[in-house]
Design a protein around this ligand. Structure first.
Ligand code: CUA
Length: 402
């Protein structure tokens, strides 16, 4: 092999490797293993973005190929030859007037067309939501998302949940995005673009899932240690299922009767209610009606930084979506948000292992502080050094939250 052909072989090999790498990074398969793809819109808002992005990508692709082909042609056609005089100064030509006018006007026209469609898309996306839109307040927290629903319209949230954003399908959802601490960004790519959650501001975002299903997303603004574990799952239900879900969320809290769950309840009231809240929770009592612990949600709930655990078992995720609460087997997924309604469902589908590990030592499961938690910690769940019996009792209690 001559030196020149060896160089050429090496260049071709590098090119082939580059193409393979590029193609393999294009996770374009839409069979469910790339749930956060931006290329598979599942609602009108995301479709609007897609309708703009795809033609722009094609135009940009054509420009890229044309420019690269031109550059390659010039490089090859006018490359130095062995018999060239390397000391001679190249012949100087004044610019080609027609060409210069052409390559000034053509890009301007292309950009003007793209600008027209971009601006009209922006206005389209910023349009006020439909009158019958469901409003949900979204609160970014380090590191989980809270969702608040004002069902009766009195300005107070009646349903406060976390991790799973449950919505009716085929209806506009007016999200009011806020933050409780630092800047986050809410993004479920299949449903719309992203929107920042900024402290002290309310940012509107309208989403609409055309079909029932689960749509995965992610906090997309770096917000601290566990930013990458601040996940989003939008669960779209058909109208009847959504109504059922809503009614179920509004069923008042009932203290457990089972022995282990009662122990867990007492423990929850004494330790966990500093941060966690259960709407409508009353004081745990013993057989004679004697209060076992004085629970006052206003006094006890001081942090404002922990998920409200009312109807905890109607969620499919916990710890900001880092862990599945409902195991991801086909049978369990088929049970939807009602997976924990029956003892068999809990037996089969509860991710007991991760839930227990979380109660055992949360900071070991999800990074909350670099080093030891400061004594003034108001974010992240601390390690309470619970015994295995206490963990079992707490899980028995959590199971009753449905
Ligand atoms: Cu929240 Cu990143």
């Amino acid at each position: 092999m001559t030196g020149r052909s060896r160089t050429r072989t090496a260049a071709l090999a590098a090119l082939a490797a580059g193409v393979v790498l590029t193609l393999s990074s294009c996770a374009m398969s839409l069979d469910g293993d790339t749930p956060q793809t931006t290329l598979d819109p599942q609602g009108p808002k995301a479709q609007t973005i897609h309708n703009l992005a795809l033609p722009v990508f094609i135009v940009a692709g054509i420009v890229f190929v044309a420019v690269m082909a031109g550059a390659l042609y010039v490089v090859i056609r006018f490359r130095a030859k062995d018999d060239d005089d390397f000391d001679a100064f190249p012949e100087q030509l004044h610019g080609n007037f027609k060409l210069e006018i052409g390559w000034t006007i053509l890009p301007a026209v292309v950009l003007a067309v793209i600008a027209f469609f971009t601006v009209s898309t922006i206005f389209d996306l910023a349009r006020k939501p439909d009158a019958d839109a469901l409003t949900v307040e979204v609160v970014g927290q380090q590191w989980w998302w809270e969702y608040r629903y004002d069902v009766d319209g009195d300005g107070e949230a009646d349903i406060i949940t976390a991790n799973d954003l449950v919505i009716p399908a085929d209806r506009e959802i007016s999200l009011r995005i806020k933050s409780n601490d630092v800047i986050h960004s809410w993004w479920a790519p299949a449903l719309n673009g992203k929107k920042d959650a900024v402290p002290g501001r309310i940012h509107p975002l309208t989403i609409n899932a055309a079909e029932p299903g689960e749509y995965i997303g992610q906090c997309t603004e770096f917000c601290g240690l566990s930013h990458a574990e601040m996940r989003i799952k939008v669960v779209a239900l058909d109208a009847a299922d959504f109504d059922a879900w809503e009614q179920k969320q509004l069923v008042p809290f009932e203290a457990p009767t089972d022995e282990a769950a009662k122990n867990g309840f007492t423990q929850f009231a004494s330790q966990c209610t500093t941060c966690h809240r259960i709407t409508g929770m009353t004081d745990p009592t013993d057989e004679s009606g004697q209060k076992l612990y004085e629970y006052d949600p206003v006094v006890n709930q001081v942090s404002g930084n922990a998920p409200n655990l009312t109807k905890f078992m109607t969620r499919t995720l916990f710890a900001g979506g880092k862990f599945h609460l409902r195991l991801e087997t086909d049978e369990c997924k088929a049970l939807g948000e009602d997976w924990a309604e029956t003892p068999e469902g809990i037996e089969q589908c509860l991710n007991r292992e991760d839930l227990e590990a979380w109660l055992r030592n949360p900071p070991a499961e999800k990074a909350m502080y670099a080093g030891d938690a400061p004594s003034t910690a108001s974010r992240g769940m601390p390690n309470f050094n619970l015994t295995e019996d206490q963990i079992d009792d707490l899980v028995a209690f959590l199971i009753t939250l449905q």
